[in-house]
Design a protein around this ligand. Structure first.
Ligand code: PSU
Ligand code: MN
Length: 323
């Protein structure tokens, strides 16, 4: 019988015990964000990218009602291939556990669980944010409010370009979430290198991110996340013209087919992947692998940076991840 406590993969448990660098990885990008059968291969490649850069990957998800930090390969396969995997944000975790469900954790749920587990760095693709029709629909991802109260460094390529990037950046500012560009002052646009929006800060190295985390822990006044926005090099981005066309079609389909709620993001991503004949998929995979590598280098730097910015970063948090 489950007591609903977080379960740990053996390697992750050992790494956390001994203070080795650990990077949290998300499962919703695997189950709902990437098409099959590529998704399982990519999930394994993400873990390999983390390892190749010196850290232990901890992919987070729910298996038969248990929150697992550090899914093993059987569990990863199950979440990548089963048809009954539910997309879980923070608010879904307890009821899904009570029902013994299989689930994949979003950015919100993955960060909340990772911080509770004492993991200080998290790699994903793109964050959720404010949707373009939010003025009418109120559709704003729970990723934003969760990051406001969850002390973790999240490496991403900005917010998905299907969103209203300007509105999302305004909300992140309101919510007090730190946003830094990695070697850039331009906020990336996920599939696109440059979203067109300027950032106040950039950081130049994994060490500088680690020092920032140490400063936050030392200052003792922070309870939210640090977003490390890592753009694709321009020659690796999706052709911006193809991007804009595909997006316009996708938004029109959304409207026509009446897709709402948590189905919106997976629907638009799937539309991109089929409408660009896999071009957006290749870009999406590049984004995730690059973020996994950078996150690992940050985690490594954080374990060697003096002070509390190291692997214990998340343990001394002041804000509860579960609200
Ligand atoms: N970015 C991607 N692929 C994804 C997602 C983001 O490139 O699959 C997922 C993440 O799990 C993110 C979620 O947390 O979409 C946001 O969904 P929503 O907009 O329903 O909050
Ligand atoms: Mn939503």
């Amino acid at each position: 019988m489950s007591d609903f406590q977080i379960r740990y993969g053996a390697e992750v448990a050992a790494a956390l015990r001994t203070g080795r660098p650990v990077v949290a990885c998300e499962s919703t990008i695997v189950s709902h964000g990437l098409p099959r059968p590529d998704n399982l291969r990519v999930a394994r490649e993400i873990e390999r990218a983390v390892r190749n850069n010196g850290a232990v990957p901890a992919t987070i998800g729910m298996v038969a009602g248990d929150i697992v930090v550090g899914l093993d390969d059987d569990q990863l396969t199950r979440l990548a291939t089963s048809d009954t995997v539910v997309k879980l944000s923070v608010r879904d975790l307890a009821v899904a556990a009570a029902r013994g469900a299989d689930g994949a954790t979003t950015v919100a749920a993955t960060s909340a669980v990772a911080a509770a587990a004492g993991i200080g760095v998290f790699a994903t693709g793109g964050l959720g944010g404010v949707h373009r029709e939010a003025a009418q629909t109120f559709d704003e991802s729970a990723d934003l409010v969760t990051l406001a109260r969850t002390p973790i460094a999240v490496v991403c390529a900005g917010v998905k370009s299907i969103l209203d990037t300007g509105a999302t950046l305004e909300r992140l500012e309101t919510l007090g979430v730190t946003v830094v560009g990695y070697r850039t002052r331009r906020f990336p646009g996920f599939f696109i290198t440059d979203s067109g929006f300027e950032l106040d800060w950039s950081v130049d190295s994994p060490e500088q991110v680690a020092t920032t985390l140490a400063a936050r822990a030392g200052q003792g006044v922070h309870s939210g996340a640090v977003i490390v926005a890592n753009p694709l090099p321009p020659d690796e981005q999706l052709d911006p013209e193809l991007h804009d066309r595909t997006l316009a079609d996708g938004l029109a389909r959304l409207d026509r087919e009446g897709v709402t709620g948590k189905a919106v993001t997976p629907f638009l991503l799937a539309h991109f992947h089929s409408a660009t004949a896999g071009a957006s998929l290749a870009v999406n995979v590049r984004i995730i692998l690059r973020n996994a590598a950078l996150a690992a280098r940050i985690a490594v730097a954080a374990t060697t940076t003096a002070g509390e910015g190291g692997p214990d970063h998340g343990r001394h948090r002041t804000g509860r991840a579960d609200g």
